[in-house]
Design a protein around this ligand. Structure first.
Ligand code: FDP
Length: 314
């Protein structure tokens, strides 16, 4: 065998090389790399604030808020320096922010620090990113070119997809993202379920769906952090995460643009599905930055089954 790319790939562990071999376009590659590196700075900020605050429970709430904002600032600045991003929108900003000159290729959405209310419990939290090739106020299927999320847990892991499968990397002690799982593929059907919202607020269709899962022996696995809960479904190769429409909030809780679209992009790339109970998440048009949406995301069987129950009992 010669020294072709086929031989070379088996030695690939580093994120940059992986994206290069995967044929990810140069600027997109650099942008994803830049965001992954920014995850290290955000992680340092999380650690810094925890050290500073140990023992000061009374001011902890305030600091959590500033942690969200710090993560947002770090991300926005890094993206601005990258030179590849025209517009930035995040859960921490009221409007879309022009951070480029106006001729850059990409538009980035961010939930800089999802689940920050879990910091004091030492559960995992995360950063969620969507990368669009045109204005993000569109259907995800049309505008998205890549998505990634970083999980800050006992390990820092990053899952990205640039439209050619979903891949997981682990940050090692040398500060490199090392490939841990390539082309993650969900099974047709899983065995865990992860449910947001209070049972008393569920709709009839959703209640019946959950009872169906319980009768079938699904195990409950829910931390209350969207990133680790979703990550669990992906890494365990299936099951269902849902934050449904509730009687008092028919649009559910989670945000379409910042939280749901990026995860839907990654799950579809892993052979899974993501719907609002009817339509694919990526077919929904974003009309408003704060738009909420119910979500059923996971392996095919469970997502389709949810659709059947919700059709019969809307
Ligand atoms: P949090 O409010 O704790 O920041 O979107 C934020 C989020 O967490 C998700 O991470 C999580 O899935 C969901 O909200 C949990 O919401 P509730 O505890 O209000 O049901």
């Amino acid at each position: 065998m010669g020294e072709g790319i086929g031989d070379y790939t088996k030695y690939i562990t580093d994120l940059r090389r992986h994206m290069w071999i995967d044929g990810v376009e140069t600027e997109l590659r650099r942008l994803i790399w830049q965001i992954a590196v920014t995850g290290k700075y955000i992680s340092a900020k999380i650690h810094e604030s925890n050290r500073k605050l140990a023992g000061f429970q009374n001011i902890y709430g305030e600091e959590q808020l500033s942690l969200d904002r710090s993560a947002d600032e770090i991300l926005k600045n890094q993206l601005q320096y990258s030179g590849f991003v025209r517009d930035y929108s995040s859960e921490e900003q009221d409007t879309i922010v022009r951070i480029g000159q106006g001729n850059e290729k990409y538009y980035v959405t961010a939930d800089p620090l999802d689940g920050s209310s879990l910091v004091d419990t030492n559960l995992a939290i995360g950063t969620i990113i969507g990368i669009h090739k045109e204005s993000m106020m569109a259907e995800g299927r049309r505008s998205m070119v890549a998505a990634l999320y970083i999980t800050y847990g006992p390990l820092i892991t990053m899952v990205y997809s640039a439209g050619k499968g979903a891949h997981e990397f682990v940050l090692n002690r040398e500060g490199e993202y090392v490939l841990s799982q390539e082309n993650i593929t969900l099974e047709e059907r899983g065995s865990i379920y992860s449910l947001g919202g209070l049972r008393k607020d569920w709709t009839e269709g959703h209640r019946r769906y959950v009872e169906h899962l319980e009768e079938a022996g699904y195990k409950l696995r829910y931390s209350g952090g969207f990133v680790p809960d979703i990550n669990q479904i992906l890494i365990k190769r299936g099951g269902i995460f849902t934050y449904p429409a509730l009687k008092k909030s028919p649009r559910g809780k989670l945000r379409l643009l910042f939280e749901l679209q990026p995860m839907a992009f990654i799950f579809e790339q892993a052979g899974g599905m993501a719907t609002d109970g009817r339509e694919p998440i990526l077919a929904l048009r974003v009309e408003d930055l704060d738009q909420r949406c119910p979500i059923y995301i996971g392996s095919r069987y469970e997502v389709e089954k949810a659709g059947e129950f919700l059709k019969d009992h809307p």
